[in-house]
Design a protein around this ligand. Structure first.
Ligand code: HDE
Length: 683
């Protein structure tokens, strides 16, 4: 295995190594290093007597336990992270002087945390929600954080409204419900009365809000940033992450069931993939607009509720990130990592997007309470890999031992060091944008169109995606108690599409909209997931199998599927080995009790020649659910008979084997690559 495996050689990993501890095979001590002789019984005055205060080991152990928890993130509490590396494909010198974007041979260590937004730390991961996609690049010029989401726009235009937005989607304060869901009155009341949310709500009601995997979602920096090159020239830039496996989603019924069957579905998928060496990969893309073209669009490029259609401003793919190492300790790394959109490096600068500007305040502020003081940059996961020196001192849990008497600038006693750097020496110099204006609390006229891009999104969806959006709205508004709030939303979304609003009104039993309609006819094909990359790679297939299967056939099918990157997992009625003809036997990975159809991408029905009625019933339930979720189903031998009996054998996405098992494997893996068969007739 190469030295580079799991980024072992990278600077961040080497830095973290000095903090890693392995307690195995060691003697137990107190935090003071005193060896412990007894860890089961507290010190008492007599065997049946009271516990003594002088039991320092008990006191220390209990005190530490009492303080084990820290406040969860106010939003994005539920997250999971991994280490990796980023490499640029070609120098971006023309646009930016950022060091990590110059040299294709340089690998920059990264740490990425994916998250849901609304739910608490223990909430189900498949909730309908935006996903956070936060990346810390440990560059030689300091840490650069790209703190993005999997949706390219946001609910609000001005940061001052963020507390209102979050209060509206969090559990309602009078009863603490619902958890990790926007399907309640206060959120929809917020939407109807803050109509700038229209565009993002279209995304959160779409399949984008229920990703199949963290590995299969896009990431977006959302705001407009600036690239600045070594000549001091600036370009506006938006950042994209494009998953190499394509952008894929669950279906809503499946997502809700997974929430119960496996609330850790997304972290399990990420962790398992990295452990198996199926390293998640994302390409970095940039959209670039010249400064002089700032006003050439029918939207304001500073408005975070707007995207730049890819057909108008193409995404230039500039590099790739590979996640190749799981964390060693979720608290130390995933929980204590502190992202900040204000962590930039020379060559990357801000725009005046009022949402971004407000975020620049919020992130440090929140870390102060969450991580308990101003020294969180010293936590191993947050440390830059380049040297850092300044006159900041003291505070809770200071780790650095700064030597010498001088902690001020200017000074003569330390030769006026640490010294500032000129721009040529790598000093960060803010882009000298010319700004003038009156102090006003108002919003630019150019921010006032809330519906055109919501309609653009709607127009760009396939018929299936549109159906899903209608169901998303109907589910969420169907859970709203207030008729008035329901009606307000139907009337509001009539401005996006009359068809959409009428369909929702019909489903939730309120009046169809009186007015509305949109004259936007534009579409952006890049917005539809129908047009994404489709591959069988890393898709998990449940193999339903019982004693007496055709050994040669099943072995050759499974081998062929594995060549395509498919991950078959054996499901039967009992754990242990399941035996077929020709001495073939497989280790059973899951039973009908421990697994469920919703946890797999497809089903391969094998059966066996001695199947009990119970096995058959469990298998048919499994198959039926996969069928209803539009998943590929393959079958050979007994499996074929079962599908015929259930009248499923002629449906789209159902692949039946014949004599030639390699032909079957080929056809079935093509079906697995197609992922879902939406044209299936459901009973
Ligand atoms: Fe955040 N956001 N946010 N946000 N955000 C936080 O910071 C905030 C916004 C995003 O995995 C908090 O450390 C304000 C947009 C991610 O650790 C907090 C506004 C986008 C994460 C905060 C926004 C994001 C956060 C909570 C409106 C996509 C998780 C804990 C102006 C571009 C990072 C924390 C992680 C986390 C504030 C809007 C992404 C409170 C005030 C837009 C991915 O500081």
């Amino acid at each position: 295995m190469s030295d580079d495996h799991k980024g072992r050689n990278n600077k961040k990993n080497k830095q973290l190594e000095q903090f890693r501890a392995d307690d195995r095979d060691k003697k137990m001590t107190t935090d003071q290093g005193v060896k412990v002789s007894e860890d089961e019984f507290s010190l008492k005055a007599g065997e049946r007597g009271p516990t003594l205060m002088e039991d320092f080991h008990f006191r220390e152990k209990m005190t530490h336990f009492d303080h084990e928890r820290i406040p969860e993130r106010a939003v994005h509490a539920r997250g999971f992270a991994a280490h990796g590396e980023f490499q640029v494909y070609e120098s971006m010198k023309e646009y930016t002087k950022a060091g990590f974007l110059q040299d294709p041979s340089v690998k920059t260590p990264v740490f990425v945390r994916f998250s849901t937004v609304a739910g608490s730390k223990g909430s189900p991961e498949t909730a309908r929600d935006a996903r956070g996609f936060a990346t810390k690049f440990y560059t030689e010029e300091g840490n650069y954080d790209l703190v993005g989401n999997n949706i390219p726009v946001f609910f609000i235009q001005d940061a001052i409204k963020f507390p209102d937005l979050v209060h509206s989607f969090k559990p309602e304060p009078h009863n603490g419900m619902p958890q990790a869901a926007t399907a309640h009155d206060t959120f929809w009341d917020f939407v109807a009365n803050n109509q700038e949310a229209a565009h993002m709500v279209m995304w959160t009601m779409s399949d984008r809000a229920i990703p199949r995997s963290f590995r299969m979602m896009e990431g977006f920096g959302v705001h407009t940033f600036r690239f600045v090159n070594d000549k001091g020239e600036a370009h506006f830039v938006k950042f994209h992450w494009k998953p190499v496996l394509g952008t894929h989603s669950l279906v809503w019924d499946e997502a809700q069931k997974i929430g119960g069957k496996n609330p850790d579905f997304h972290r399990g998928d990420l962790y398992g993939s990295i452990e198996a060496g199926n390293y998640p990969e994302f390409e970095l893309g940039v959209q670039i607009i010249k400064e002089e073209d700032e006003f050439k669009f029918d939207f304001d490029i500073l408005d975070a509720t707007k995207l730049w259609p890819e057909e108008d401003v193409p995404v230039k793919i500039i590099g790739k990130m590979t996640l190749n190492r799981n964390v060693d300790n979720v608290f130390a790394e995933t929980e204590q990592v502190a992202f900040h959109p204000g962590n930039v490096v020379p060559g990357i600068d801000f725009s005046n997007d009022p949402l971004l500007q407000g975020r620049l305040f919020s992130y440090t502020d929140t870390q102060l309470i969450r991580l308990g003081g101003p020294n969180f940059h010293e936590l191993p996961i947050n440390r830059p890999v380049c040297p850092y020196h300044n006159n900041q001192r003291d505070g809770y849990s200071r780790m650095t031992i700064n030597k010498g008497p001088v902690s001020y600038h200017n000074n003569s006693l330390a030769n006026n060091t640490p010294a500032t750097s000129t721009e040529d020496e790598g000093g960060y110099v803010h882009y000298q944008e010319k700004v003038e204006g009156r102090k006003v609390r108002s919003r630019s006229e150019s921010f006032k169109d809330h519906f055109s891009q919501a309609t653009l999104f709607w127009n760009s969806m396939s018929e299936t995606e549109k159906k899903h959006i209608i169901s998303g709205f109907s589910f969420e508004l169907g859970k709203v108690g207030s008729k008035s709030v329901q009606q307000q939303n139907v009337d509001m979304f009539a401005n996006v599409s009359l068809d959409l609003a009428k369909a929702i009104a019909d489903n939730i039993g309120v009046n169809p909209p009186q007015g509305g309609g949109s004259d936007v006819t534009k579409t952006s094909p890049a917005l539809s997931q129908e047009n994404t990359k489709k591959t069988p790679s890393t898709r998990q297939v449940a193999v339903l199998i019982s004693e007496g299967f055709d050994g040669a056939e099943v072995s050759s099918v499974l081998a062929a599927l594995k060549v395509e990157g498919v991950i078959p997992e054996i499901v039967s009625d009992k754990l242990g080995m399941v035996k077929g003809s020709d001495n073939a036997e497989f280790n059973v990975d899951h039973t009908f009790l421990t697994a469920d159809s919703v946890l797999f991408d497809a089903v391969y029905v094998v059966g066996g020649n001695s199947v009990s009625q119970k096995f058959h019933q469990d298998a048919m339930y499994f198959i039926d659910e996969a069928f209803k979720h539009f998943k590929p189903i393959g079958a050979t031998h007994e499996g074929k008979k079962w599908l015929k009996k259930a009248d499923l054998e002629k449906s789209p996405g159902v692949v039946l084997g014949d004599e030639d098992s390699s032909e079957f494997a080929k056809e079935f893996s093509e079906a697995v690559a197609a992922h879902r068969f939406w044209d299936r007739q459901l009973a």
